[in-house]
Structure formats: C-alpha cells, structure tokens
Design a protein around this ligand. Structure first.
Ligand SMILES: Cc1cc2nc3c(=O)[nH]c(=O)nc-3n(C[C@H](O)[C@H](O)[C@H](O)COP(=O)(O)O)c2cc1C
Length: 351
C-alpha cells in the first residue's frame, strides 16, 4: 500500500461522525496493518463511561475506511479489541489487495457529503423502499438492526424517552457541564471550528443565542431549572424537531459488549451514508440510549430517571439495546455550516 492510499484511507476515517465532534481516534501503521486506538485525552468523559460513545465513533471510523479502501481495490480484515488488557486499542485492520472488489462502492461517494443537520422542519414522507434500504445497510453488520416506531403510541413513547433524556442533560449538573464544555463559543455563531461543537452547527435561533450562551453558567442554569427551563430545552431540542420530522428510527445493538457497540458504530455509519445518498438529512440523538445503559454516573437524584429510560427503551424496541435515535427528513438545502476536523497529522499515535 503506498503513502497516498494510506493517507486517503485515514482521511475517510477522520470524516466519520463522533459525539460532540470529539474525534477520539489515534492511528498507527505497522507495515500495511493499521491500528486504531481511542485517544485517551479525547475520550472517557462522563457520558463516555465504558467508552460507549468512543466505541461508536471508532466503529463509524472503521466503516468509512473499509468503504473507501474498497473503492480503491483493497479489502480489510478487522479485528476488534485485539488485546483485552489494552482497553484503548479498538481495532487492527489488515489490508490486502482484492482485485475482485476493484469496483465503485456507492457509499464511498457520501463520506465527504455526510453531515449532522440540526435544523427543522423537514419534508417527508420516507417511503417503505427508503426504509428498507436503510435497514439493509444496518443489517449488513451482523447483529445490528433499526427499529422504526410505527404506531402513534410507539412514536409518542419514543418521543417521551428522548425528551426526558435531553431534559436530563440540562438538569443534571454533571451532564450540563459536559454538554456546554464541548461547545466552542469562541468560534462565534457564523464560523466552524476544527474540534468540538461550533455554535453555528447547533441551529439555535438568533434571538435566543445570548440566553443559550449564558446557560453555560451552572448557577444560572440551576436557578432557571427551578422554573422548569430544562424541560423547555428538552422540548425545543428534541420533542419539537422530532415531532416536525417525518422519520425516526433507533439503532439496536445485540449486547453491550464493546465489540457490539463498535459494530453498532459501523452500522450507524452505513445507515447515515445511505441516507445521505438518498438526500436525507440526519440528526442523531444518543442521550436516551447511552444513559439508558446505566453506565453513566449521574447524581443520585437522577438515577431513578436514568433507569426508567433504560426500561422504557427495552419495552419499545424489544430484544437488544436501543442505542442511538436518528431523526430523518428531506431538507431543501445543505446545512450552511459543517463541523470541522483536525489536521490529519494530529491523529498519529505518539512515538
Ligand atoms: C455516537 C454519536 C452520538 C451523537 N450524539 C448526538 C446527539 O445526541 N445530538 C446531536 O445533535 N448530535 C449527535 N451526534 C452528532 C455529532 O455531534 C457530529 O457527528 C459531530 O459534531 C461531527 O459533525 P458531522 O456529523 O457533521 O461531521 C452524535 C454522533 C455520534 C457518532
């Protein structure tokens, strides 16, 4: 494998989504083998307990690399978590030339085009054929599936769980601190930044931007929470956009083993790339599923709410663990601002 091919594969990996745009990846080449490690300095925050969010991002990164390499005539054997005593070593990929695969890979064309869109409302409908295409992409990764709330009762239940989880992100001081620390207010409201969440990507309406920015102060948030502000924010950030979007599905993973979470990230990325090819806008909502797993150490006052989230999700989607909701719909235009990425050289593992 020459240098250009290796660089192109890494660029595809770096284009993957990650929670809060944390980009928790480190790469190291050993000949033609590539090691993907979780970056200790960019992972393990409170919502990333047991590395659930980092493993999802690692899976999305692996899938982008596999898809792009395939379009260059390479296949990759992926071994996940090669050593149990090294929790940050997510995968080793052994690349080999595969002339049979030297053909266009449709999803590769969507790697640079895919992005998170937090605007609303969107148009529909999402046809059964489109749903079937998205289901097929998820199921290409063994054990993974999408659940689509069908009836109005199921949709209402899903909306309720997501709203409760998003509300909790503003009520719990721990989750609130984590949420606001990933927003780079220094970038202003019109430009992007190379790491973390640029305010311009958050689709906050101009008149409320100063108030939203002020909410980063814990004392103000605490005071306003006495007036029910967290609940209003949960309504605005989750309930309303989802209610006004034609599609909602949930990625369901078979177990909470780290290899299954990583595989979930691979499925998530395949679904998202297919959605992008189909012209769909996508916003993930991960709080309900991740908190529902029960690994995130929230304050005792919120522990009951968190266990209720897990139970409600279990009732909703059946066997397995509902992990990431995806809000879907058709938008007339691409979002004006896109989250940036660090320069490729910064992802090299330290010597
Ligand atoms: C595991 C995971 C969880 C995410 N959770 C959320 C979420 O709860 N809400 C949200 O608006 N975006 C969420 N995102 C989207 C990321 O913030 C987004 O991928 C990142 O900022 C990079 O932007 P891009 O997707 O436009 O490249 C999530 C992404 C991943 C991979």
């Amino acid at each position: 494998m020459n240098r250009e091919t290796k660089a192109a594969i890494l660029c595809a990996g770096i284009a993957a989504p990650s929670a809060d745009n944390s980009q928790p990846w480190r790469f190291e080449w050993c000949g033609d083998d590539l090691d993907l490690r979780i970056d200790a300095g960019r992972s393990g925050r409170v919502s990333d307990s047991r590395y659930v969010l980092s493993d999802l991002a690692a899976g999305a990164c692996v899938e982008n690399m596999i898809i792009h390499a395939r379009s260059l005539g390479y296949a990759g054997d992926v071994q996940t978590f090669p050593r149990l005593d090294d929790e940050l070593w997510a995968a080793r990929i052994r690349w080999y030339r595969d002339p049979e695969r030297d053909q266009p890979e449709p999803l590769a064309g969507a790697i640079e085009q895919r992005r998170t869109d937090r605007r609303f409302p969107w148009r529909g409908p999402i046809t059964p054929e489109t749903q079937a295409r998205l289901n097929a992409q998820a199921e290409l990764i063994p054990g993974q599936r999408l659940y689509w709330p069908q009836t109005s009762r199921e949709r209402k239940a899903a909306l309720g769980v997501i709203r409760q989880a998003e509300t909790l992100r503003f009520r719990s001081p721990t989750l609130h601190a984590e949420l606001f620390s990933s927003i780079r207010f220094s970038a202003g409201w019109h430009t992007t930044c190379e790491e973390g969440l640029a305010p311009a990507t958050l689709a906050v309406e101009a008149p409320v931007r100063p108030i939203f920015q002020a909410l980063r102060h814990p004392a103000l948030m605490r005071m306003l929470n006495r007036l029910g502000t967290a609940s209003v924010l949960g309504w605005r950030s989750a309930w309303l956009p989802i209610r006004l979007s034609p599609g909602l599905c949930l990625l369901v993973i078979p177990s909470t083993a780290r290899s299954d979470v990583l595989a979930g990230g691979r499925a998530l990325e395949r679904v998202w790339l297919q959605a992008s090819l189909d012209g769909l806008s996508v916003q993930p909502y991960a709080a309900a599923g991740v908190l529902g797993l029960g690994f995130v150490p929230v304050e005792p006052a919120f522990q009951r709410s968190v266990s209720r989230l897990g139970a409600s999700l279990g009732e909703l989607c059946g066997p397995g663990y509902g992990l990431v909701f995806l809000r879907l719909g058709y938008s007339r235009s691409a979002p004006p601002t896109r989250s940036g990425r660090r320069v490729p050289g910064s992802f090299a593992a330290p010597p």
